[in-house]
Ligand binder design. Structure first.
Ligand SMILES: C[S@@+](CC[C@H](N)C(=O)[O-])C[C@H]1O[C@@H](n2cnc3c(N)ncnc32)[C@H](O)[C@@H]1O
Length: 227
């Protein structure tokens, strides 16, 4: 996949509001009318964001002050939700996705700050093992709908390996992925899952433990820990 330059005028944008019910905050997320996969809110990110919220409902300090890294943030729904629930979040994506991601962080800054959270956006290209971000230590890594093209599978696994092999903290990883019908997508997922099995203990989070309105049999939610 080539990395394209991104630009947008505010006329291209339209907002989507996402309620975080347990703290009575509403995130405002700008999407683009037209563009690449990082310009829209995908269903898998809502399932993951709402799962984090559900966990905080059961355990109010679930995210408080945790250092969280989001991979392939897109418009930032998962990372911004975690930050609004009190986490210190680094949202990452390809360089061309950062302008809109940063706009969304800025738009929600006061909501996040009022809950004691924090969010910044940085570039992190999967497989770039020299990235300064990978020298930091995180308590949790999250990503939604990031398994969708062949060339990214091994680099994404490489980035996860770097993160899980950090010196002191061994982050818990939560991921969601929409299961799509095409044979190509099914094969991609099988390949990714086999690589995950080599590296992680995998727990599938059952639908009944997810948010009652934001779960789907088409979207898988996994919790990974170091083997
Ligand atoms: C399908 S979108 C999902 C976006 C967001 N997580 C969501 O669920 O709405 C996949 C995301 O991965 C990012 N991405 C793709 N290839 C990447 C790479 N090699 N390194 C970092 N991010 C990448 C894209 O820019 C995009 O934001």
């Amino acid at each position: 996949m080539s990395h394209r330059r991104s630009s947008f005028s505010t006329n291209d944008l339209f907002p989507r509001e996402i309620d975080i019910e347990i703290c009575l905050k509403t995130l405002k997320i700008y999407q683009k009318m037209e563009g690449d996969v990082n310009c829209v809110v995908w269903d898998a990110c809502l399932v993951l964001a709402k799962y984090l919220e559900t966990m905080c409902h059961h355990k109010p300090d679930f995210l408080s002050s945790l250092k969280v890294l989001e991979l392939g943030s897109g418009l930032g729904v998962v990372g911004l939700t975690a930050a609004t629930l009190g986490a210190q979040v680094t949202l990452t994506d390809l360089p061309e996705a950062l302008p809109l991601l940063r706009l969304n962080i800025n738009e929600n800054k006061s909501r996040i700050g009022s809950m004691g959270g924090y969010a910044i956006a940085e570039s992190l290209i999967w497989g770039d093992t020299t990235s300064e971000i990978l020298k930091e230590e995180f308590d949790m890594v999250v990503f939604a709908d990031c398994v969708y093209y062949e060339e990214a599978i091994e680099p994404l696994i490489q980035t996860l390996q770097c993160l899980i092999n950090s010196i002191t903290k061994k982050p818990t990883i939560y991921l969601t992925q929409e299961m799509r019908d095409s044979e190509i997508q099914k094969d991609l997922w099988t390949k990714f899952y086999e690589l995950l099995m080599d590296n992680f203990d995998i727990q599938k989070i059952p639908e009944e433990q997810q948010h009652c309105n934001y779960r789907s049999s088409d979207i898988i939610l996994l919790k990974l820990t170091k083997k």
